[in-house]
Design a protein around this ligand. Structure first.
Ligand code: PLP
Length: 369
């Protein structure tokens, strides 16, 4: 099965096999050493050695987002969330539930962020923290992280970045780009299994957190950091087998390098784009702001087209395509991340043509073509 989704993504056979390990006690030294290796690898991957610490959570990406937002913003602080789609919106909803003082800055889901509008909001002096989504998976929009980080630094605002769908697939260098809390998960561009997520947090930021209480128990970032620093163990039962798979996935990424993986994903994307364009599909975003990790396509106006039928027939052929999000309008999404290459994408494009023919859907696919 080829997953053309935003993740969980396809994994290698070796990562899959890493799940089958001896029964393991998570409080024994050997497993603690494995966790330490994962944390170090994550920090090194992000370019944060010496300045940042990785804190792991058993839970999906959202768990780490809650840990970052809920713990980093003091009661006297105020968070500005950049909202360009569902994942920005979720951070606003989460803040309301956690009692984090928060405002949102709305930006079109299908257009480049206005750095001037962001600078204007930060210049009001109302905010202590800014949260953004690096790759807004709602649409496939990639934000200019370096420029945003420079603005946050200029205005003395701490920066929280949800990099869940970009970490490992696009280079992020904390030595060059001042990010205070960087959030990721095991199962997207890292090509591991779902079940572990993490926050890579600046040490100086962790040190300040003692001054205010946690807003939640399980996702207490500082509590989790203290536990691991003093005992080497995670506070609660970790996803043991997922950690073994993540260790293997990180070793594979080290071999491929982030640059190599990023280039492979970009090649996948190019093949996918030209094939989908030849089949008559139209994208939501202009090339310049696309992540090249995931693409949103407009649902065709063709009377024979129905996403469910398209999806189901492709599933029979061994390919999973993904529905769109409400923010993007009627659409579907195709990811090109994971342990897949150009031949998989070409096989998908051929299957897609067969499916469209079987459905009686031929260009023009849109009324305005
Ligand atoms: N943030 C982004 C940018 C995402 O793409 C996702 C999932 O796709 C999440 C957060 C939520 O992650 P999870 O579903 O693993 O909790």
């Amino acid at each position: 099965m080829i997953l053309l989704t935003p993740g969980p993504a396809n994994t290698t056979e070796e990562v899959k096999r890493s799940l089958c390990v001896e029964d393991t006690c998570h409080r024994e030294r050997a497993f603690c050493a494995l966790l330490e290796k994962i944390r170090n690898d994550l920090v090194r991957l992000a370019g944060g050695l010496g300045s940042h610490e990785a804190v792991l959570f058993t839970g999906s990406g959202t768990c780490a987002v809650e840990a970052a937002i809920g713990r980093a913003v003091p009661p006297s602080g105020r968070l500005l969330v950049l909202c360009q789609g569902d994942y920005g919106k979720r951070m606003v909803e989460m803040s309301a539930i956690l009692g984090v003082p928060c405002e949102s800055l709305e930006s079109r889901p299908d257009a480049a962020l206005s750095l001037a509008a962001l600078a204007e909001a930060l210049a009001t002096g109302r905010f202590t923290h800014l949260a953004i989504v690096h790759h807004e998976t709602t649409t496939g929009l990639l934000n200019p992280l370096e420029e945003i980080a420079a603005l946050a630094e200029e205005h003395g605002v701490a920066l929280i970045v949800d990099a869940i769908s970009s970490f490992g697939g696009r280079a992020i260098d904390l030595a060059e780009t001042p990010v205070d809390l960087l959030i990721g998960s095991a199962n997207k561009c890292l090509q591991g299994m779902p079940g572990l997520s993490f926050v890579i947090v600046r040490r100086a930021v962790l040190e300040q957190m003692d001054a205010w209480p946690a807003r939640s128990f399980y996702t207490d970032l500082l509590g989790e950091f203290h536990a691991v620093r003093t005992t080497g163990q995670m506070r609660f039962t970790p996803a043991v087998q997922v950690a073994f798979a993540l260790r293997r996935a990180l070793a594979e990424l080290e071999k491929e390098t982030v640059e190599g993986r990023s280039a492979r994903y970009s090649r996948n994307w190019s093949v996918l784009q030209s094939g989908m364009a030849s089949a008559g599909f139209r994208k939501l975003l202009p090339d310049a702001i696309e992540s090249r990790l995931l693409t949103t396509y407009r649902i065709p106006d063709h009377p024979g087209y129905a996403f469910e039928a398209h999806h189901d027939r492709l599933l029979d052929e061994g390919f999973v395509i993904y529905p769109g999000k409400p923010h993007a309008g009627p659409s579907f999404r195709l990811g090109n991340i994971g342990a897949i290459g150009e031949s998989d994408i070409r096989a998908f494009l051929a299957a897609n043509l067969r499916v469209l023919e079987a459905l009686g859907v031929a260009p023009p696919l849109y009324a305005t073509d």
